[in-house]
Design a protein around this ligand. Sequence first.
Ligand code: ATP
Length: 604
Amino acid sequence: MTEETKFSVLCSLLTWTQRTKSPSKKRSKFRKFLDSFCSDGNFFPAIRLILPNLDRERGTYGLKEHVLATCLIDALAISKDSDDAVRLINWRKGGAKTGSNVGNFALVATEVLQRRQGTASGGLTIKELNDLLDQLSLSENRAEKTLVFSTLIQKTNAQEMKWIIMIILKDLKLGFSEKSIFHEFHPDAEDLFNVTCDLKLVCEKLRDRNQRHKRQDIEVGKAVRPQLAKRVANATEAWKKLHGKEVVVECKFDGDRIQIHKNGTEIHYFSRNFLDHSEYAHAMSGIISQNIIVDRCILDGEMLVWDTFLNCFAEFGSNQEIGTYFDFAQNSECGFDVAFDILYFGDTSVIHQTLKERHEILHKVLRPVKGRLEILIPNDGLNSHRSAGEPCWSFIAHNVDEVERFFKATIENRDEGIVLKDLSSKWEPSDRSGKWLKLKPEYVHPSSDLDVLVIGGYYGSGRHGGEVAQFLVGLAERPSPNTHPKRFVSFCRVGTGLSDDELDALVTKLKPYFRKYEYPKKRPPSFYQVTNHSKERPDVWVDSPEKSVILSITSDVRTIDSEVFAAPYSLRFPRIDRVRYDKPWSECLDVQSFIELVHSSNGT
Ligand code: ATP
């Protein structure tokens, strides 16, 4: 029955939910929808559309806004130079003819669609939509995707298409939390989802809201939502929070959270958002299967990339990047797994045992392989290194002083920070209540301010759509004595740190000097030295440095070698500390002084 329900019915629920403030009204309306339209107990077809980010039955669409825009342009058969096509492509930037929806792709698309689709619903059913979305995820090229969009457009109106686009982008912006949706569906739904990451199974197993489901434990082969860390400001706060506990302090590695499920010869690598990454198996080239000495287990850890050239961990930010790197590199020598926990061993889940007990099991189950597979088994106290020269990645702390010293050492080593864990704690799926605490350098040790010049701007999205919301800043090329700098070298992109009012004031001041430069037709002004990296390209350049403004920026003490920007180093997590209207443009920090600063802070 659900599947024959018209999609327009679900759209009315979504529109109503988005407009309504009261959480209890949202819950009861959702309940009514389930009772009326899923009375046969077939909940999955509708719920997968309401929680698209949790649905793993369908593959990925490979569609971000830009490709979506081109598919819609083709499906609507509109000219690429038309105002509407430009509007879709420039959804973030806006322009003279763009309405207030700029920055929100689904709304910009609705504006365009409204002019072409009638207001009457085309009668699409939930089943038809799911079939078409399956087809979309299976389509291999843009032409096939465009065909799906043509069919969708024929069978819907613009409002329905808006929701379909949001479903494809996996963000419905409902203001109705996943927790509430789960709770209203079934009181045990969230728990069951946390240990299975399987929305279909949750919908099928929990058809009867009045029948409670016995708490299920984790299983090999089913991804589990990971235990998470709560942020603290400094070592003292962390130490206070864990008062009286036995505490292990670990290095916070900067890679991808990875859950390794081994079941005989079958091995799965689940990322934090429960995607199964087969490319990791290739990157680990048999190391895991050869060195886990038990038939069935689940390991929790971090996957990193080892840079064989620089002899250190490569710097990567997110799942996708590491996955893409492995895919791209086809390099079977670069994967490096750090196992810091074990969740399942033999035939039983061990998440209910203490971390200390789990460490003991981990020690028995895994053979470390230098440079490829590490186990985080703590030393007792910071100074009891395993052997001279070997890095200390984890230890049982006896006082806050040790925590402080370890934290400083990780900063010097350019690691991401530290994690403190209560050794008596259980491992709990999706928990961020404070059994694990994280401390990262940027929260406590901003380096000295760097005075840099705004040389370009990037348009924002959402609230800041259509206006510059981030800046490309530059360092000066050191001028000859008693002269002003003549050239500026692109340095980093910075967006956070200013209040809305401060941002407005800065953008208003710079706006008269912003010039759009269309790539690749026009090059940036000659007084800027930039790279050809696409990530660096701002949407506008400041067309005269002497009219620009100095920003004082801070960052964690870690700098990154820069490929994207022209300066030899960039910053990690930069923030604007102050806008220096008082400081003349010519007093911008120069590249050489910055390099000296980097070297002196790294002790080289
Ligand atoms: P962040 O951006 O700080 O990583 P997050 O929200 O992704 O934040 P948190 O729960 O804050 O995740 O921090 C835990 C994450 O830190 C884990 O998901 C894991 O990827 C990473 N990590 C690195 N080293 C460790 C470690 N030793 N123990 C636990 N998590 C670690």
